[in-house]
Design a protein around this ligand. Structure first.
Ligand code: KG4
Ligand code: ZN
Length: 364
């Protein structure tokens, strides 16, 4: 089964062609083209929705043509067309979903309206054929969640952030320290030559039984520490970055321990701990994820960084998983800027696949 996937929820224009087999094996990426709009937004220190939407309009035709050419396929060879229909910025969602509808209509192919978070959640099955149920740590610029992934369309939220997302905290830290955008990789780079013990920052929510995060207090504490030593030398910036990253990794390990405990109590033994989202590209965070997975006797499945950040391949894969279960959408499907993963559910499956089965239940 071959599916085209289109990603336009934020500031990456992505298109990819992925092949899905029905034998429970990992997928095959035939092409995966991503155009980042970082340069367009850098001057503003963050994503400007109007600029993002216009950039998607300008680039999407070419990106899709490139993905099809690299896969060496024509539209007639596709079994379905998938697009991220939310959550995300409305302008970009309209661009991507409308394009998918046009291709589906013109070539008489089924449309799959994919939830962007579900696509992050299922990426480990594309890369590693990870069996259900697994524990997902999703950490991106817009989302921070610990989820039980029990099947396609069957997610149990075990924890989430009550304020900022982790990627957002990295981005705000970078902005405060004048490092630029996006902040995650820049803070990580600075942290390499910094002293993580120099500044004392809080570990918000540490020790709590729930698996929730709170990061806005950490960001404020960092600002206060920075103001105390301003004007900042290069070494001050590096030490602040290292101290911040250390605090975040300590929080991640504590919150994941709580999340995995909840997973065991409510779902059972996870087949793996899986990470997804741009923050999972951070090497220090990956290291603690390995540690916490080892502690609970499971393994970490960490897709390559290019598949952790936004891309079309994950949309194509999630579309294929849904298509294989007979879950397609009508051409009247409206984009959903807000679309919590718990609201994605499986309805009326037409088939069930070995190793990729899904239970018919709605996450609590
Ligand atoms: O998943 P993603 O590409 O887009 C969405 O937000 O959906 O994630 C982007 C986020 C940004 O906040 C970025 O700063 C963060 O992921 N990020 C990182 C790193 N690389 C990207 N955060 C920490 N360390 C990194 N190396
Ligand atoms: Zn994302």
């Amino acid at each position: 089964m071959i599916v085209l996937g289109i990603e336009t929820t934020c500031d990456e224009t992505g298109a990819a062609v992925v092949e899905f087999t029905t034998d429970g094996e990992r997928g095959r990426i035939l092409s995966n083209v991503v155009l980042s709009q970082i340069n367009e937004h850098a001057a503003f220190g963050g994503v400007v929705p109007e600029i993002a939407a216009r950039a998607h309009v300008e680039a999407l035709d070419l990106i899709i043509a490139k993905a099809m050419a690299e896969a060496d396929l024509g539209f007639a060879a596709l079994d379905g067309v998938a697009a991220a229909a939310g959550p995300g910025l409305i302008g970009g969602l309209i661009v991507g979903l409308t394009m998918a509808k046009a291709i589906a209509l013109t070539h008489d192919k089924p449309l799959i309206a994919v939830n962007h978070l579900e696509a992050h959640a299922l990426t480990a099955r594309l890369t590693d054929a990870t069996a259900f149920p697994y524990c997902l740590f999703l950490a991106s610029g817009g989302h921070t969640q610990i989820l039980g992934v029990r099947g396609v369309g069957d997610y149990l939220k075990l924890g989430g952030t009550v304020d900022d997302a982790i990627g957002e905290a990295f981005d705000k830290t970078a902005k405060l320290l004048g490092l630029g955008y996006p902040g995650g990789p820049l803070v990580e780079q600075e942290a390499l030559r910094g002293d993580a013990t120099r500044f004392h920052l809080p570990r918000p929510m540490a020790g709590r039984h729930d698996a929730n995060f709170s990061l806005s207090g950490l960001k404020t504490a960092l600002r206060i520490e920075a103001e105390k030593v301003a004007p900042l030398s290069d070494q001050d910036v590096a030490d602040l970055c290292a101290s911040f990253q250390q605090a975040v990794t300590d929080v991640v390990i504590d919150r994941l321990r709580a999340g995995l405990k909840l997973f065991r109590a409510r779902i059972g033994t996870p087949t793996a701990l899986v990470c997804a989202g741009g923050v999972a590209a951070n090497q220090a965070i990956r290291k603690v994820l390995h540690r916490v997975a080892f502690e609970v006797g499971t393994t970490l499945v960490a897709p390559p960084p290019a598949l952790c950040t936004d891309n079309g391949a994950m949309i194509a894969w999630a579309g294929a998983e849904r298509l294989a279960l007979g879950l397609t959408d009508g051409l009247d499907f409206a984009p959903r800027p807000r679309w919590p993963l718990e609201q994605v559910m499986k309805v009326a499956p037409t088939s069930s696949l070995p190793g990729r089965s899904a239970a018919l239940s709605v996450a609590e």
